[in-house]
Design a protein around this ligand. Structure first.
Ligand code: HEC
Length: 204
């Protein structure tokens, strides 16, 4: 009787081990088949959100400029830049940030990951290579979309050379609001900064 009991225990043990092995093999296979996350989908979503944000800025800025010229736009950007990125971010379940190696608002200071992306783009710029959007996962498992922000002709009146592209009165306003401003001296086509769009869902 005892012998039979032991034998059946061993058999049971063998069966369950086998089952476990099979199960874990299936799981490993599944993990291999399925990429950790869908880079392409996040890239598409990120590009749409960055474009929407840029378009919103652009239309609000041109409305403001029509009414009050460049000084009104400086005030508008100072008072509303974060409100705009925060509200668009909320509606897409993301956090939208704009940062740079040459900052105007020190609240936009780059974190370690953003700094690495900026440096990568600066390297590509130096080598005259194309800067493309990047999708990466941070150490906490959140997916981020990064993309270059390039200086356009319409940016020069606030980010070009003071006295040449930036009118004196505008530069005075900027310096007053941002005493540590470094965001001047850019040329059209230069890397002005980056978008960092952090997806709050799909965390692994
Ligand atoms: C009328 C002036 C004005 C114009 C034109 C302008 N900016 Fe700015 N920009 C600002 C101000 C003011 C801030 C700081 C906003 C804040 O307080 O967050 C800023 C901040 C930024 C930042 C965030 C990083 C930082 O340095 O704080 C980026 C990126 C940026 N601008 C890119 C651009 C680009 C690209 C264009 C053209 C498409 C542009 N700006 C046109 C005034 C301007």
């Amino acid at each position: 009787m005892r012998k039979i009991f032991f034998t059946s225990l061993v058999i049971l043990g063998l069966i369950s081990c086998q089952n476990n092995t099979k199960k874990s093999q299936v799981q490993t296979q599944k993990a291999l088949e399925k990429p950790a996350f869908d880079h392409k989908a996040f890239k598409m979503k990120g590009m749409i959100i960055a474009k929407t944000t840029f378009k919103t800025f652009k239309s609000k800025i041109s409305q403001t400029a029509e009414k009050g010229g460049l000084p009104a736009v400086v005030n508008f950007c100072h008072d509303n830049a974060h409100k705009i990125t925060d509200s668009i971010g909320k509606s897409h379940h993301v956090i939208i940030r704009r940062t740079s190696h040459k900052l105007r608002n020190t609240d936009n200071k780059a974190d370690i990951d953003e700094e690495a992306v900026i440096n990568e783009y600066l390297k590509l710029q130096k080598e005259k290579k194309q800067m493309s959007p990047i999708v990466l996962k941070d150490t906490q498992g959140y997916v981020h979309f990064y993309a270059p922000i390039k200086t356009k002709p319409e940016c020069m009146s606030c980010h070009g050379t003071p006295g040449k592209d930036i009118p004196e009165n505008i530069y005075q306003m900027i310096i007053e609001k941002y005493p540590h401003d470094q965001a001047t001296g850019f040329k059209v086509g230069d890397l002005r900064g980056i978008w960092d769009i952090k997806f709050l869902q799909n965390k692994s």
